[in-house]
Design a protein around this ligand. Sequence first.
Ligand code: NCD
Ligand code: ZN
Length: 350
Amino acid sequence: MGKITFPMPDDFHVHLREGRILESVIAATCGQFARSLVMPNTTAPIATADDAMRYEAAIRAVLPTDGKDFQPLLSIKLTDRTTPAIIRDATGRARVLAAKLYPAGVTTNSSDGVQDITSLYSVFEEMQRVDMVLSIHGELPGAFCLDREDAFLPTLERIATAFPSLRIVLEHITSKRAVEAIRSLRVGVVATITVHHLVLTLDDVVGDLIQPHHFCKPIPKTPADRAALVDAATSGDCRFFLGTDSAPHKNRNKAGDYGAAGVFSAPVALPLLVQCFEQYDQLDRIEAFCSRYGRGFYGLDATSRLITLRREKWTVPKSFGGLTPFWAGKDLSWQIADPPESFIKSWTRG
Ligand code: NCD
Ligand code: ZN
């Protein structure tokens, strides 16, 4: 098979950032995805309807002319200052689809995250009432770094039980136990899986020389954990769908005395995903994982747009819009057929 065509996917977890970086990264996402749920952990958080509408306008303002069909989907960040009224306003006035829970301090720009989750219960009640999705960065601060996701699972279960019709997404899962938890919890509790967690283990981060462009939260884990993620993504179970968690950082912030967490996977997201599904002989499951289950969960229409990838080997360049993309310098066996001009140009723009 030399070509594969499927409905243009949606990315249900992406960091587009702001300012210059937003302008650099947007071509990667709008060149491959019909819609993306944009994360709210900008420097000044997206925490209200007004913030979300301003952010949407900023994103639309930098969309390349060949990417105007792209639709950003909005989220807000839950903080200790979020109220039920903020939720009502965000869903009503700004069509915000999800509110994101970051336990305080657990990842990039989360120092204003939530200290005491039970203090948000009136907010969850309102989200349940208006049917806004609760999106969770599921790691317990303070636990040993490789155990943080598993240590959060009892909290997930408590929230799912206390709010029986709240729709919940456990984002970017990385462990076998998280996969098992999603399989065992009630209907309406689902998980996103990134492309990079399907291909990395901890060895690819620190097993030899440190690889800062593979460092992200939650940290990639063992081969058995990765195998469980591959199994979940390719199992045809609608509770698991794509959220790339593409999270660009400037190179000077990735390496140095301290390195920021986040993998900039968007530029290679679909070619790498196709390569991965093919490796496991599961290409017939890719469409459901990236173009069907997520939009089903979020209640979005199907898109009439299609995307085609063709089998042709290429080496991923070292820069996309001046930032280092995931898989830089390595080969991929698939590429986007007929990508928009803005996508092609970003590969060469230093
Ligand atoms: C993300 C970022 O850089 O914003 N980083 C990451 O390692 N995934 C935040 C997040 O989703 O945790
Ligand atoms: Zn993220």
